[in-house]
Every structure is written in structure tokens, then in C-alpha cells.
Design a protein around this ligand. Sequence first.
Ligand SMILES: C[S@@+](CC[C@H](N)C(=O)[O-])C[C@H]1O[C@@H](n2cnc3c(N)ncnc32)[C@H](O)[C@@H]1O
Length: 211
Amino acid sequence: MSLLSRLLSQAGRPRGWFGRTLVRGMNRGHAGLTRWGLSQVEIFEDAHVLDIGCGGGRTLETLASRAGRGKAVGIDYSEDAVAVARKRNQELIDSGRVEVLHESVSSMPFADATFDCVTAVESYYFWPDIAADLAGVRRVMKPDGQLVIIAGMYLGSKFDKRNTKVIEAGDMRCFSAQQFEDTLQGAGFAHVAVTTEPRKGWICAVAESGK
Ligand SMILES: C[S@@+](CC[C@H](N)C(=O)[O-])C[C@H]1O[C@@H](n2cnc3c(N)ncnc32)[C@H](O)[C@@H]1O
């Protein structure tokens, strides 16, 4: 296994000391991308928000501050990521504003129509079954809920050569803008809007649950 493949395997499911260090680094490294992506949506003060693949938990902190009278829940299937995210958000957890759960996107324990907004930053690349997983995401969203998928790579950007190497080495999924639109519509989402930041190679797909 190449060094790049090992690194991407850790990014896809952080483990051990290295994984914990990596998610702390991603908290810093993904801050600009996350800020840009979240600027595409309005998050209401009293929103109930879910962050899928929350990693080191920085996005949860941001979501809790945007939804000042609501709640932010993070899930991650890496126990080490969950531990880092909990530590980072301890005060917000103690005050009941944030919750971090060790769960996979494929088997979320939430009731139907729980969340007003669902975010996923640099995470969908690794979901095992995108169609089924998106159906699960849609199930836990309220009827007028918004899904926000933010990613630092997409097909069709000026970074295609670099990104293709990364995707192959990590055995990851990476959509073009059109594939995002088709896949989200195919999973039942409505009003899909895909925005790119071509200079950086970033993409953000926003979709309504369409129920
Ligand atoms: C590249 S990291 C991004 C972490 C964080 N969102 C950020 O932007 O810094 C991807 C995260 O998604 C999580 N993840 C990947 N597949 C997942 C799945 N099927 N269910 C839950 N979490 C998943 C990984 O464990 C990892 O913490």
C-alpha cells in the first residue's frame, strides 16, 4: 500500500494516535472550505442540525453557533474522531447544545423527520452505498430540510489530474457537478443547486428533502 493510500485510508476512517492527529489537522485544514460551503445556506437560529462524518468536530462548533437556540448532532464511524470531537465540544455537550455519536451514515438511529439541516464536509467520498445512504439521510430530514454536501474535490475542475490520483489511491467516490445533481435527484431530493469555487476546486451541493 502506498503512503498516499495509507493516508487516505486514515482520512476515510481515522484510527489511533495518527488518526486523532489527522482529524485535529483537518479541523484547521478544512476551515476555509467549510466556511465557504456553509455560506451557501441559511441555518435558522432554532435549527436541529446533523453533521455526518464530523471528524474532529470543528464544523459542529460552527453549526452550534449558527443555530444558537437549536442543537447540532455529529456522527462519525471512527471512535477516535468521536473522541476528538467530544473533547473539542465538551462545553457545548455539557450545555446540551451539541451531541456526538459513534454511528455510521448507513445505520443512523434517528427518527424520521428529525433534522432541519444535514451537512457533510469531505465525507461523502467514503460512504459505502451512496444511493442507500442518501435515502437514509432524506428519511431523517424534515420535509423542508436542507442537505449540504461540501467537498474539496470534484470531477471537471482544473485539478482533475491530481484529484484522479487521489481518488484512485483512496478508492474514493468523487462526483462532477452533473453527477451530484443526478444522484441527489435520483435519491428523491428536490431543488438541487450545485455551486463550485473553480479557483480552489471546491464544490457545494445543496438540496431540499423534497418530501
Ligand atoms: C476526511 S474526514 C472529514 C472530517 C470533517 N468533516 C472535516 O471536514 O474535517 C472524513 C470523515 O468522515 C467519516 N466517515 C467516512 N465514512 C463514514 C460513514 N460511512 N459514516 C460515518 N462517518 C464516516 C470518517 O471517519 C472521517 O472522520
